[in-house]
Ligand binder design. Structure first.
Ligand SMILES: NC(=O)c1ccc[n+]([C@@H]2O[C@H](COP(=O)([O-])OP(=O)(O)OC[C@H]3O[C@@H](n4cnc5c(N)ncnc54)[C@H](O)[C@@H]3O)[C@@H](O)[C@H]2O)c1
Length: 442
């Protein structure tokens, strides 16, 4: 892949990755480019100018001079203001490379954002078939490791990283991982719509975390507004996406999101899922410690909500079936309910759970993607619109399907202490839900 002296300069100097494979092509020894996926048997001769263009590593910091991007079925040129895209030479090698560049770094020029991120265009991108996933709050403590883990997920073809700070750096960093998902970064409110357009799954860890001494509800005033704004974007740009909501207080932010979607006329309760997977991960870990077994072999249903007493582990339903002493039940229930506080205090002011939360969110996101693909029998706990109690939202086991939470499973038989825990959980949950609904409707 050396450049050839004397060859004509391409019209655009492009910050192209050295390996065009990230675009869904691979270069064979014979100098042909083969597309991956459904076009894998369709070799395209690589013209010399194109090959030389891929060697302009020194230009990687230059702004792109975006050329019109050729598409199989381009939208009306008048609509796009890209008449040149319809010109006969639109498939010239330089244009192909410009398309790659615009697609990898759409935030560089506003015009390119508008063009490159239309749903029809997005669908044609990506290194492999798969889902388009956006992470909102991607530069944060949870967002960064979550972005890394989602970049590793083979079901993700396009990964959009959005935040109000630092996404260029996080995106550049993560985009060098040689996994198939194509990563694009979006910075600031003016790029929210571009980040969301065409997405299948939106994961939201945006917002402030707790400091020692704070409850999750203390975050309400800041995070409620952030979640409202981001969900308005989801309604505008990807109303059919499944939303995984992480921002605290989850007990209130999920009702907030539901109200936003209702106002926009896009609400589908199945597609809005509050992420409580970390409570389950903690429960599995702590129970496994007590039992002296591998946590991967343990499954503890955790129901109710995601704060204090609303986190209700159903220890009578642990798999494999296990019995616990009263002391063990008290120890485990306290530790599971206060696992978040344990981390907040250990971090001593520098934040709350981020790494374990990213792990949990990636696990839940993967479960959603597998269900969206059509895998059967995927059951996870999640805080969703529900009828298992008299409350409008409740966390319990849900069966995930192509459309999100397809079925909400019953709580199953509870023992006396769990029934008492349920009553305490419902009381607090009811107030948190009302607070969320009132915030949007005030
Ligand atoms: N559901 C759970 O189990 C769980 C567990 C842990 C933390 N959390 C919650 O997750 C949230 C994030 O925690 P963190 O530790 O990553 O916090 P953080 O402060 O490290 O990161 C939050 C990120 O959100 C970004 N952000 C702020 N406003 C935004 C906006 N309007 N649009 C997009 N991005 C915005 C910030 O710039 C930051 O990068 C907190 O609310 C925290 O309480 C939830």
């Amino acid at each position: 892949m050396m450049s050839r002296p004397g060859a004509p300069s391409p019209p655009h100097r492009l910050p192209i990755p050295r390996r065009p494979a990230a675009t869904g092509h691979r270069i064979t020894h014979g100098g042909t480019i083969q597309k991956r996926g459904s076009f894998s048997n369709f070799p395209i001769k690589t013209p010399p100018a194109s090959r030389q263009s891929t060697n302009t590593g020194s230009s990687s910091n230059q702004q792109l001079n975006h050329a019109p991007l050729p598409l199989p079925s381009p939208p009306a040129s008048a609509e796009l203001g890209l008449e040149a895209a319809m010109q006969p030479d639109a498939n010239a090698p330089s244009h192909r490379l410009a398309r790659v560049a615009a697609h990898l770094r759409p935030q560089m020029e506003e015009g390119a954002v508008a063009f490159a991120l239309r749903p029809a265009v997005c669908r044609a991108k990506g290194g492999a078939p798969g889902f388009k996933v956006a992470i909102l709050g991607a530069a944060g403590g949870i967002g960064q490791p979550l972005s890394l883990l989602m970049k590793m997920n083979p079901l993700v073809s396009v990964l959009h990283l959005y935040d109000v700070v630092n996404t260029p750096g996080v995106t550049a960093d993560i985009s060098h991982m040689d996994t198939s998902a194509v990563v694009r970064g979006f910075l600031g409110a003016q790029q929210l719509d571009a980040a969301l357009t065409g997405m299948d799954l939106v994961i939201i860890p945006a917002g402030v975390p707790r400091k020692p001494g704070m409850t999750r509800d203390d975050l309400f005033n800041i995070n409620a507004g952030i979640v409202r704004t981001l969900c308005e974007g989801v309604s505008r740009c990807c109303p059919n996406a499944i939303v995984n909501l992480i921002s605290n207080p989850v007990n209130s932010t999920v009702p907030i999101a539901a109200e936003v979607f209702k106002k926009a006329g896009t609400y589908d309760p199945k597609r809005l899922l509050g992420v409580t997977t970390l409570d389950v991960a903690r429960a599995n870990t702590f129970v496994a410690e007590v039992l002296g077994v591998d946590p991967r072999d343990v499954s503890v249903p955790v129901v109710g909500g995601h704060a204090g007493v609303t986190i209700l582990p159903l220890l009578s339903q642990v798999t494999p079936p296990s019995s616990f002493t009263q002391d063990e039940i008290k120890y485990l229930t306290d530790r599971i309910q206060n696992g978040g506080t344990e981390v907040v205090e250990a971090k001593a002011g520098s934040g709350s759970a981020t790494l374990s939360m990213a792990f949990a969110a990636a696990k839940f996101g993967d479960a959603c993607l597998r269900a969206m693909r059509g895998d059967a029998g995927i059951v996870e706990c999640s805080y969703v619109a529900s009828e298992v109690t008299e409350l409008p939202f409740f966390a319990s086991k849900v069966r995930l399907g192509r459309g999100g939470a397809e079925e909400i499973l019953p709580l199953g038989p509870l023992n006396d202490s769990e029934r008492a825990g349920l009553e305490a959980a419902k009381k607090e949950l009811s107030e948190s839900i009302q607070k969320g609904i009132a915030f949007v409707n005030k």
